[in-house]
Design a protein around this ligand. Structure first.
Ligand code: PMP
Length: 400
């Protein structure tokens, strides 16, 4: 029996459905320490033990946000945090700009339109490109009524990083609020709320924060609190002013996801033990490894280096290849990749590397990609992708 047949037999005869590694951009793998923390018995969410946990989380989140403003923790997925920022800051008919470089920028535009906000989309020129700060400036000059600018720091659907710093500077010069969806970048990519002039940052637990889905972190600046005083859009569950009032007692207005908070507390401890700056560098190395590995195998990268995300690598399928069929082949080797969204569906696959992903995990992912390529009849020199990834691993040391 050939080695290939043994593999097929093994996969076929044993139920290995539970043996896989996730390389999707959220939910991401959970460190065992976080799993253990979440298995703690439930406690009174109005008691002193809870207060301690909630205080810890809030203070660490503030530190990661780099703000003298507030960190509000919501029991919600990231989209709820996005909606909270929209409904708390604005009034019907307000003019806003929304950067759209893919599916998540478009989601923000749709949320705002659902609230009867007047949205102008600033689009990237094509998928895989970033939105251009100069286009924001043109629009801000043209329409002095623009009250807020919304951008996605890391467009997860295309693996593209946005120049938040430049856009925030321009928006501030025109007196507009700046809201950043940092859901798939928070803690993994550099972001400095106060220094960059960002008013609201939205993060979610299931990304680099290494906790299951269900919590959103919303950073709020002093200017943002001021804007809320005159905003008239309806809000209740997501009323950030109520959340702030409760947080003064280290509580939440409604019952929070207590177990997830235990997990997030532990995950934040892990990040601070590593050092937040090292955690960011770790993602840079993972991204270099992933990009070098797939490029060495002949795959075109969707985003060029100058705007490439360090948490998600979007890869175009080879000529004549269905990216979804390719993902199915890769899955046989215990590696789960994400597909394309919207117009990129079936055309790309995404190899995500955020949160609890190690350098050796990337080596596994690249080797699975090599094996699947060979299975699909593509010429591949075994080890060439892995070798490129290993070189990238050694070429750029953490802390360099
Ligand atoms: N924005 C970005 C950039 C995202 O990556 C995601 C989730 N993939 C969302 C928004 C939506 O977050 P959630 O699914 O947690 O509501």
């Amino acid at each position: 029996m050939s080695a290939g047949q043994v593999h097929d037999l093994f996969v076929g005869s044993m139920n290995f459905e539970e043996k896989f590694d996730l390389f999707i951009p959220g939910p991401t793998p959970i460190p065992p320490r976080v799993v253990r923390a979440m298995s703690r018995p439930i406690i009174n969410h109005r008691g002193s033990e809870f207060h301690k946990v909630f205080k810890n989380i809030t203070e660490k989140a503030k530190e990661l946000l780099k703000t003298s403003g507030d960190a509000i923790i919501l029991t919600s997925s990231g989209t709820g945090g996005m909606e909270a920022a929209a409904s708390n800051l604005l009034s019907p008919g307000d003019h806003v700009l929304v950067g759209v470089a893919g599916a998540f920028g478009e989601r923000y535009a749709k949320i705002l339109e659902a609230y009867h906000v007047n949205v102008t989309r600033i689009r990237s020129s094509e998928p895989g490109k970033a939105v251009d700060p100069a286009h924001f400036e043109e629009e801000l000059k043209r329409d002095p009524k623009i009250k807020a600018v919304f951008v996605t720091q890391n467009e997860t659907s295309t693996g593209v990083r946005t120049d938040v710093r430049s856009i925030a500077r321009i928006a501030k010069e025109h007196g507009a609020l700046v809201i950043v969806d940092a859901i798939s970048s928070f803690a993994a990519m550099e972001l400095s709320m106060d220094d960059w002039g960002v008013d609201v940052v939205i993060a979610a637990s299931q990304k680099a924060l290494m906790t299951p889905p269900g919590l959103a972190v919303v950073g709020v600046s002093k200017d943002a609190w001021k804007a809320m005083e005159s905003a008239t859009l309806p809000r209740f569950y997501f009323d950030l002013r109520l959340a702030k009032r409760s947080a003064e007692k280290w509580e939440t207005p409604a019952t929070p996801a207590v177990s997830l908070l235990f997990g997030l507390d532990e995950a934040l401890s892990i990040i601070f033990e590593q050092g937040p700056e090292n955690f960011i560098k770790h993602h840079e190395v993972l991204s270099q490894m992933a990009r070098s590995g797939v490029a060495a195998l002949g795959f075109p990268l969707l985003a060029q280096d100058d705007c490439a995300s360090t948490t998600v690598t979007a890869v175009k399928g080879l000529e004549g290849m269905s990216a979804d069929e390719f993902r199915r082949q890769v899955r046989k080797y215990e590696v789960v990749l994400a597909g394309g969204q919207g117009e990129l569906s079936g055309k790309i696959f995404r190899l995500a590397h955020l949160g609890y992903i190690s350098q050796m995990d990337i080596i596994k992912a690249i080797s699975a990609i090599e094996l699947a390529l060979a299975d699909m009849g593509h010429p591949v020199k075994f080890g060439s992708g892995v070798a490129a990834a290993m070189s990238a691993m050694r070429g750029k040391q953490v802390g360099e």
